[in-house]
Design a protein around this ligand. Sequence first.
Ligand code: WT7
Length: 653
Amino acid sequence: MSNIESVLTEKRVFPPDPAFVAKARFNADQLGALRAEAAQDPAAFWTELARKELGWQTPFTVGLDETDAPNYRWFSDGKLNVSANCIDRHLGERGDQVAIRFEGEKGDVRLLTYKELHAEVCKLANALTALGVTKGDRVVIYLPHSAEAVIAMQACARIGAIHSVVFGGFSAAALRDRIEDTGARLLITADGGHRGGNIVELKKAADEALASGCKTIEKSIVLQRTGHDIAMQAGRDLWWHDVVADQPPHSDPVWVEAEHPLFLLYTSGSTGKPKGIQHSSGGYLLGAMMTARWVFDLQAGDVFWCTADVGWITGHSYVTYGPLANGSTILIYEGAPTVPDAGRFWKICQDHGVTIFYTAPTAIRALMKAGDEWPAQYDLSKLRLLGSVGEPINPEAWMWYHRTIGGEKLPIVDTWWQTETGAIMMSPVPGATPTKPGSCTQPLPGILADVVDEAGNPVTGTEAGGYLVITHPWPSMLRSIWGDNERYIKTYWGQFNNKYYVAGDSTHRDADGYYWIMGRVDDVLNVSGHRLGTMEVESALVSHPRVAEAAVVGRPHEVKGESVFAFVTCKGARPQGDDATALVKELRDHVAKEIGAIAKPDDIRFADNLPKTRSGKIMRRLLRAIAKGEEITQDTSTLENPGIVAQLQGREG
Ligand code: WT7
């Protein structure tokens, strides 16, 4: 592992714009001081913040409890309520400020002030209590991306019920598996949602899931969103508007221990069934809240748009919990970025006066591919900060974001973190950190990271890469895998004897101490004894003017161990015939020029798009199987476009 080679040579550095620095919460000196203080004693640093920044019903006396390491506990003898921390405490100072700006795909807009949000959350919390849901019960939420999804999460938090949000794009079978793993008593769903000009049949999928198992579910609450015809099962299904109709708009929060699970969120590992990542109440909220403030520089008047669906961790930490705990205004958009056209995101930014825009590289590349004429039609002058999350951002896409959306001025925060970390771990702090395209820069205050080799020894040379590890516990870390603590310990701590949290990513650190995430450890290629991060080859490909997106996997090779196999989408039409042959040669030469002959793809296949999960992650396992010419046995039903498989196999067109 110590010989993972970093072949990406990105030398550009962008210091923060002085105009931004002048108004920022943190400049370089302030960040430096905070980081130094935190590094001396991270537990004391977080403990102090927890005391100062969170509202406690019973103050805690214990900061970090390491008794059962690596099952760490934080603030464990304190009691609080997450919903009271996100909503109630803002009622005095900013009760009439808009908390949520919602826009549906069809253009319907709804604004909710903090007071209104409070009333809606209380009504639903009371309804849940009336249905017998109590502290510790699990509630599965399967809703469109909507204000109601946030209300449902907050209502659960208010009564100490543990929510598990299942992304609305997941199938009935996936929903069933998650419900069964949580043992939930109640399901909150909707008749449907609007996406891509269609109705997402959530209730239909929920019915199918419940018909095929889920014996623990007693009731389901159904939000009327689309108004189209659906089946309601008497005795089981209740309309949301009916259950809240007679509930009072206030409810006393149920105080829970800081370690009480706030939610479970399922995420897939490289093997086995999805893991129910278990997060805490106090530590999680502190992490989401502080990182939202540091990274997004949240200030009065900001309109913060994190485009992630509530079904993902990003939608938990940076739609629902972090920004609300800071008293910010969030934007929620229900639908697809291309409805009615590729200008929709920019139109929303203009219409709602979005100041902070946080999205994923896959979206950035799609928007880039759509062309500069779309953002050009809208007034984006309110934007002051841009963010990225989910995968390494190719320098090419970073530069487009910087130039075309950021007008070469706005800071870009490339935030590295995971479902398991609960909150952002590494990121620029926008008024303080010079950025480099493709690097998530440095750990945030109170986060201690390192790069280690196969034996767990810190890697010292700046050319060498290794495993990314976190060397000190942090408050928003996952607490366990629901129902399988052994798997928790084995997956995240086992590799180095419970000494480090192992993120499963490979990385390298440059001479300035900046981290460059190279991808998941299992995505690393070994070509002729040289290990290459797939992302670096992809970035090289994408830097070619004709390439829109690229995914690279390893293919077993007799002589080299592995060869590079690239799947490529082009700007404009998919190349065919002689054009394709010529472009393959050109791209091979291009990669050789950008990185070196070692990284030259042996195979390049063109497709109209790449196989992605509904969350926008490229399905590398599927691509690896295709590259090997294997029969496709895995489930392709979660693909955004299942028809693409034949094309990737080279069997069509
Ligand atoms: C994995 C976690 C965290 C929210 C969304 C994804 C990759 C995430 C970055 C980034 C490079 C990144 C890592 C990580 N990743 N952000 N800024 N740069 N890689 O959550 O599904 O739990 O995935 O996403 O590989 O381990 P997730």
